[in-house]
Ligand binder design. Structure first.
Ligand code: MN
Ligand code: MN
Length: 461
């Protein structure tokens, strides 16, 4: 063999996905990304994503799973976990004793949640106090347009949905930062202290009501909330209100190759899974699509991936086929569909370039996450990685390998460890993201498209 032949046969040579994309695939990619962007415009919280999933699943013949239900291959069922998370399944032709093919993503994203006693007035400005949710760089959230999303459970027991800041005619909200002219002290602080948690106070208004007494601006805001939502101040206690970046998913770059939006992590993988499961007819193995909550704070709580709600759903499926739940788990496969960091040449020193995912190279497969010696990682086996690689290759899906930054630089986790703890073979894979957890995150259309096709390939394996 010549050196050239040896090079070709022995060495890996990753290429930009655009060199391989056909004209039909490009068209399919643009269509998929338009549908994804529309989903993103409607869904900025786990509640909104769950509501969207229930509505669209029902349109496509999915029914709520109930105990004792008779299930045939091709049947479509779902479980709405208290409007905060959802699992969908399409029953396969094989028994659940042979396992299920699972894709697990999360639909919560970093943001600022309203405190239980949030509304106050200082210097005749009304504010809402917040507590951030998930990992954020706090300075990024000041001086950007913000919106208020959520629900309020009122004293009379009725629930009202709140959305302020998304309609073109709505006002937006904002957190202030200090003018540069007076920032001599602030500019000397480390970035982590430039804006601190208790400064994430959202400006609600400045116009006082007519009359005497204290807090006339606050009272004005409460009056407006009462007129629109029937709220009184104590209703904040039984509310779930959250402050997120205002605005829509946008094409980014003159070539329109990127999508910029709040919360690609991890709705970009959640949407891919959903479209993939919606399009199935009768898969070989039962296909299961999980949209979980609380991943950003450790997959805890009743709607997080450590919760028993997954067992509750899977056991109900297994009982319908007279299969032991643990038998099903032992033979199942899970793609933990979550984003990775795309290589950013502006911060090249934080990554091992040879082992980092890159925009436009396809879905990135991640053997392990974690930090400091793989701590907290699921660490997929060679066999599990082999299964994913072969499945994606056979389906013509473009993929790449990912690790999250250079060793000892930081790290992160996903739901993978909690799925693997259940004796389910699990591999992490997802869309590479630039500026993850920022108010606006960037992904490439090509990687979104390949992740959708990867989920289909996993379901059809
Ligand atoms: Mn994530
Ligand atoms: Mn995240």
């Amino acid at each position: 063999m010549t050196t050239e032949e040896l090079r070709e046969s022995l060495l890996a040579a990753p290429k930009n996905g655009y060199t391989k994309l056909t004209a039909e695939q490009r068209e399919e990619m643009e269509g998929y990304c338009r549908r994804y962007a529309a989903f993103m415009d409607e869904c900025k919280t786990e509640r909104e994503a769950t509501t969207w999933a229930v509505r669209e699943a029902e349109k496509r013949g999915f029914k709520p799973l109930t105990y004792g239900m008779k299930l045939e291959p091709g049947d479509r069922v779902y479980y709405n976990n208290r409007d905060k998370a959802i699992i969908l399944a399409v029953i396969g032709s094989q028994s659940l004793a042979y396992g299920a093919n699972i894709c697990a993503a999360h639909v919560d994203s970093p943001r600022m949640d309203i405190k239980p006693n949030p509304l106050y007035e200082d210097s005749e400005i009304a504010y809402l106090k917040t507590h951030y949710y998930g990992g954020i760089k706090k300075y990024q959230w000041a001086t950007v347009p913000l919106a208020l999303h959520g629900v309020v459970y009122r004293k009379d027991g009725t629930v009202v949905t709140v959305t302020v800041g998304e309609d073109e005619t709505d006002p937006v909200l904002m957190i202030s930062d200090l003018l540069i002219h007076l920032s001599a002290d602030q500019m000397k602080k480390p970035l982590a202290e430039g804006i601190v948690g208790e400064q994430l106070n959202v400006i609600m208004g400045t116009e006082p009501l007519e009359g005497e007494g204290a807090d006339l601006v606050k009272l004005h805001i409460m009056k407006l909330l009462n007129e629109k939502y029937g709220m009184v101040e104590s209703d904040f206690l039984s509310a779930e209100l959250t402050v997120v970046p205002a605005g829509r998913c946008r094409e980014v770059g003159l070539d329109r190759s990127l999508l910029g939006a709040y919360g690609h992590d991890d709705r970009v993988c959640a949407y891919a899974e959903m479209e993939a499961i919606f399009d199935l007819t009768v898969p070989n193995k039962t296909a299961v699509c999980i949209l979980a909550d609380k991943e950003e704070i450790g997959s805890v709580g009743i709607s997080g991936m450590q919760s028993d709600f997954f067992e509750y759903f899977m056991e109900t499926l297994c009982i319908a086929q007279d299969v032991r739940l643990r038998e099903c788990f032992a033979n199942s496969f899970c793609l933990s569909a979550d984003v990775s960091n795309a290589f950013d040449p502006n911060f090249a020193e934080t990554c091992d370039r040879r082992n980092n995912s890159q925009l436009n190279y396809g879905i990135s497969i991640c053997k392990y996450t974690g930090s400091r010696g793989k701590g907290g990682a699921s660490d997929a086996s060679a066999e599990a990685m082999g299964h994913v690689r072969t499945t994606l290759d056979n389906a013509g899906v473009l993929w790449q390998i990912a690790t999250l930054g250079k060793v000892d630089q930081g790290g992160g986790g996903t739901v993978a460890a909690y799925m693997a703890n259940r004796n389910i073979v699990t591999v992490d894979a997802g869309v590479p993201v630039l500026c993850m957890h920022a108010p606006m995150e960037l992904v490439s259309k090509l990687d979104c498209y390949m992740t959708w096709r990867a989920c289909t390939a996993i379901y059809e394996a």
